[in-house]
Design a protein around this ligand. Sequence first.
Ligand SMILES: NC(=O)c1ccc[n+]([C@@H]2O[C@H](COP(=O)([O-])OP(=O)(O)OC[C@H]3O[C@@H](n4cnc5c(N)ncnc54)[C@H](OP(=O)(O)O)[C@@H]3O)[C@@H](O)[C@H]2O)c1
Length: 298
Amino acid sequence: MPEAVRFSRYGGPEVLELAEVPRPRAGRGQIVVAVVAAALNPGETGIREGVFAGIWPAHFPEGQGNDFAGRVAETGEGVEGFAVGDEVLGFAPRAAQAEFVVVGPDVLAPRPAALGWAEAASIAGAGATAWAGVRAVDPRPGETVVVSAAAGGVGVIAAQLAKLRGATVIGTASEGNFAFLHGLGISPVTYGPGLAERLRAAAPQGVDAYLDTFGGGNVDVAIELDVRPGRINTIADEPAIWAALAESAATGEFTIPIDRVYPVAQVRDAYRDPATRHVRGKRVPAFEPLSTVEGETR
Ligand SMILES: NC(=O)c1ccc[n+]([C@@H]2O[C@H](COP(=O)([O-])OP(=O)(O)OC[C@H]3O[C@@H](n4cnc5c(N)ncnc54)[C@H](OP(=O)(O)O)[C@@H]3O)[C@@H](O)[C@H]2O)c1
């Protein structure tokens, strides 16, 4: 039987085991991939330890790993564009660290022959996250961009993508990674207390955009450096994004039109209505009566 990484209780790496599992078969529209490599990402550590149990509970026995690279082993009826033997990379949440994964063609892309297997296995998670983060802050030639945790899985790709756009990139890191970052053309600065002052010294002309891949106050540092809010992005500090968005909505910079508020007893209707997919803004079940005034609730 093929093997897969599994855990059956929350805990440290000691709860991980290589378990024998049934070989998945490709149903209609599905593809089975024989995995060659599957990356490690910090989010799955939090899931395994139970830190995120409230929002992302594990379902035991749980698998691990998201982004992978491998060879197509079987294609189901109706699959087009992929054939047995094709080398691919893709995304299989909580399942990728296994000899075989079964996925849809929508989460697979070709693996270029010149790209190593381990590198290909890092594209769909860290690579895609870095790409989206960089695109969001939109670095332009001649600008100065800060990337936090620039030696990390996401940060090291993001910093290079920002550089490819012609920006000068400052990356935060511990000193052990300074030579490594210099080698990639990224100017390293130590993270931790006093970061804003060190960044001011490193970029006397100012910082144009700030991509945080670590959390822990980087958004505050960006604001302190007067980076325009639209050019600050974080992939790791959601409450900071929520707070900024809530403030912006509260001051009327943008609106969240409320299409309809439902007493929670009418929750079935609330789900039936959006099924039309023609809402104007949000439909919200509520436990208290909320008056709706021209699409706004108070
Ligand atoms: N990987 C993904 O696909 C993905 C997707 C979405 C979101 N995320 C989230 O994004 C974050 C980063 O993920 P990752 O995969 O890049 O992590 P990672 O590869 O584990 O990177 C960790 C990096 O964090 C740096 N670091 C440690 N303490 C720091 C501090 N106090 N301030 C600034 N940097 C510090 C380290 O720098 P030094 O070694 O130089 O000390 C290290 O390079 C995580 O919160 C993760 O959950 C990841």
